[in-house]
Ligand binder design. Structure first.
Ligand SMILES: C[S@@+](CC[C@H](N)C(=O)[O-])C[C@H]1O[C@@H](n2cnc3c(N)ncnc32)[C@H](O)[C@@H]1O
Length: 277
């Protein structure tokens, strides 16, 4: 097996991290899924036979593909992520494989779409693009998406204070990931877009996705983020202090109603879309 190792991705080999990830990560965005499906319809059209979700993690973006395709395959390099995916998947037409994104166990020209949610920044892009070009059918599509960090929070008259705490929290957490990852996220996948070897490609930005969260759910979201988990592995006491401080500052800003507060979280997603000729 071809090996590509950086610390950030290795964190997903831990089953407690996988469970925290499945519990707490950002909710799946219908807006992004609709964009991807309409792109595939426009570029290739039906039938939608096979979708492959690479770096599928716990299957959060794999499961919603099931109603639209005859067959869906989720792949991830870590068994702990795939085990969580299997435990929360009941759809008969989904199967999962443990394998790296750079070595996909699929025949040439058999796949209608390759999707990648929140994972392309971990891959060896050259190898992954070669694999994608190999397995896609003619007119098959590639979609890779992620979201802007930090996100905004709205709650009554404390929105600015809450958003500032989130921004500072991410400044702290970003120190724990490989330099490439914050850059890919800051540029909203510009380099990843440039690495796509197909002439027919686009990068859609400013996809607004809003959802609500309680304070405890927001703390669960922090717990699910890989840079927090890397910080916890390297320095558990510092990670605990970060969580306690962040929670306390959010509580102080929310005031007495902190446990009942339902905050609006506004995220901005971006998606690189491409079609093989
Ligand atoms: C942030 S998670 C995203 C998971 C999922 N796509 C989602 O949206 O919930 C990133 C995932 O990419 C996987 N990953 C990272 N590098 C990989 C590689 N080279 N090949 C396959 N999977 C990889 C990790 O194991 C992890 O499950």
């Amino acid at each position: 097996m071809w090996l590509y190792q950086i610390m950030a991705e290795e964190i997903f080999s831990n089953k407690e991290v996988s469970a925290a990830y499945q519990r707490g990560f950002f909710p799946t965005s219908k807006e992004v899924l609709d964009l991807i499906l309409s792109y595939l319809m426009e570029k290739k059209g039906k039938p939608f036979e096979l979708a492959v979700d690479v770096g599928c993690g716990t299957g959060r973006y794999t499961r919603p593909l099931a109603p639209h395709f005859h067959k869906v395959i989720g792949t991830d390099m870590f068994e702990s992520q795939i085990n969580e995916a299997l435990a929360s998947t009941s759809e008969d037409n989904i199967s999962y494989h443990v394998c790296p994104a750079e070595e996909l166990p699929l025949d040439d020209a058999t796949v209608d779409i390759v999707t990648v949610a929140f994972a392309a920044h971990f891959f060896n892009l050259g190898k992954f693009m070669q694999e994608t070009a190999r397995i896609l059918k003619p007119r098959g599509c590639l979609a890779m998406h992620c979201l802007v960090i930090p996100f905004k929070i709205y709650y009554r008259d404390c929105s600015d204070g809450l958003s500032a705490i989130i921004s500072e929290a991410f400044v702290f957490l970003h120190k724990y990931v490989d330099k490439k990852i914050p850059n890919d996220i800051e540029t909203q996948y510009l380099d990843i877009y440039k690495a796509v070897p197909f002439a027919d490609k686009e990068r859609v930005t400013d996809i607004m996705v809003t959802f609500t969260m309680s304070l405890m759910e927001l703390m669960g979201l922090f717990e699910s983020i890989c840079c927090y988990q890397i910080c916890k592995e390297k320095n558990p006491a510092l990670a605990m202090e970060f969580m306690q401080n962040t929670e306390q500052r959010l509580r102080d800003t929310l005031g007495e109603s902190s446990d009942q507060a339902i905050m609006e979280i506004q995220t901005t997603h971006y998606c690189v879309l491409a079609c093989k000729s």
